[in-house]
Design a protein around this ligand. Structure first.
Ligand code: PEP
Ligand code: MN
Length: 337
């Protein structure tokens, strides 16, 4: 961190500020010039809030030279993290294929879709039991009954289950019953939830918030990791932009950016990113080509009558076709599906 000082300031004020910063456990190197004077802060600056220093009357501005995330930072962990979910790896050579309906609707529906995506080659089943809906009048999910149905589908197919948690009160139930806990876009900055998830060691699929910057997203990962749970899978699911044609705008450039900044695996959700079933295929292909470690795709047997997100859901037959085509792209970029 570099503190740029104002011109014509008193030496005693610089000394006071230096002493104040040193109490945070960092070394302060002053460089006093005729035009510009700066203080170079060396050491762990993660606990220093730049705005506190900027509040000093002798400070012009503060520049961060290091990212504020540490555990999620590739600088301190150069090799890729591979998250192990009951023996299935996310982040290695093999692409994780997560598929299933937006919401669990009935036993017949979830088991039917689970069988179909498994046959296509998917290695995880997704399905929401607790649904974060914009309207309180919309279907809110089957909740605990939905979790039981997901467990039945896992029993029948062997597919590990990925499902969204909404409240810290449910952590114990999720920890005991699901394989990957999803934190949805709307809860990416539910810090109490993130802190509690840091206390368990279950893999967490952390979706990017609706309008979150890459740094904010990685700081949310940092919340969980700083609590001790380093099994994080990031998920780019589109962000809100001025464009309204698509539900969100898939930020494909976030994938190489996150790969450079962090060692965590990153998967892409082309369904929520676009809101349109016919856009899932091209964006899924682009995601694999650009280096994503997996895809989470909404698949529904009857999209027209789905209780949630039908317009962005593809049918199992389409998933099968995409799956086969994705294998070719994965091979072309040195990966495997
Ligand atoms: C979902 O996966 O069904 C979901 C609600 O996603 P997001 O949090 O990305 O909107
Ligand atoms: Mn959905």
């Amino acid at each position: 961190m570099i503190v740029i000082l104002k011109k014509n300031i008193k030496q005693e004020d610089v000394e006071k500020l230096t002493a104040q910063i040193q109490t945070k456990g960092v070394i302060v190197n002053p460089v006093i010039g005729t035009e510009i004077s700066v203080l170079g802060l060396v050491g762990d600056t993660s606990k220093i809030d730049p705005s506190n220093i900027e509040a000093s009357e002798i400070v012009e501005r503060v520049m961060k030279v290091q990212e504020p995330f540490k555990k999620a930072n590739r600088m301190f962990h150069p090799e890729d993290t591979i998250v192990d979910v009951n023996g299935i790896k996310i982040g290695g050579k093999k692409i994780a294929m997560i598929a299933g309906p937006c919401s669990v609707e009935s036993e017949e529906q979830i088991i039917g879709i689970a069988n179909e995506v498994k046959e296509c080659g998917a290695n995880f089943l997704r399905g929401g039991a607790f649904k974060p809906r914009t309207s309180p009048y919309a279907f809110q999910g089957l909740k605990y009954e939905g979790l039981e149905l997901l467990k039945k589908a896992r029993e029948k197919t062997g597919l590990p289950i990925v499902t969204e948690i909404m409240s810290p009160y449910d952590i114990e139930v999720f920890n005991d019953n699901v394989d990957v806990i999803q934190v949805g876009a709307r809860n990416m900055q539910n810090f109490d939830l993130l802190k509690e998830l840091g206390k368990i060691d279950k893999p967490i699929l952390l979706k990017r918030g609706l309008s979150a910057t890459i740094e904010e997203w990685l700081m949310s990962a940092e919340y969980i990791m700083s609590g001790g749970n380093e099994n994080i899978i990031l998920c780019e699911r589109g962000i809100r932009t001025f464009e309204t044609y698509t539900r969100n705008t898939l930020d494909l450039s976030a994938i190489p950016a996150v790969k450079k900044l962090s060692h965590l695996p990153v998967v892409v959700d082309p369904s929520h990113a676009t809101g349109k079933y016919w856009m899932v295929e091209p964006l899924a292909k682009a995601a694999i080509a650009i280096g994503a470690d997996g895809l989470i795709i909404e698949v529904h047997n009857d999209p027209a009558n789905a209780l949630c997100d039908g317009p962005q859901s593809i049918k199992p037959s389409k998933y099968k076709k995409i799956f086969e085509e994705l294998k070719v792209i994965a091979n072309a970029v040195g990966r495997e599906i």
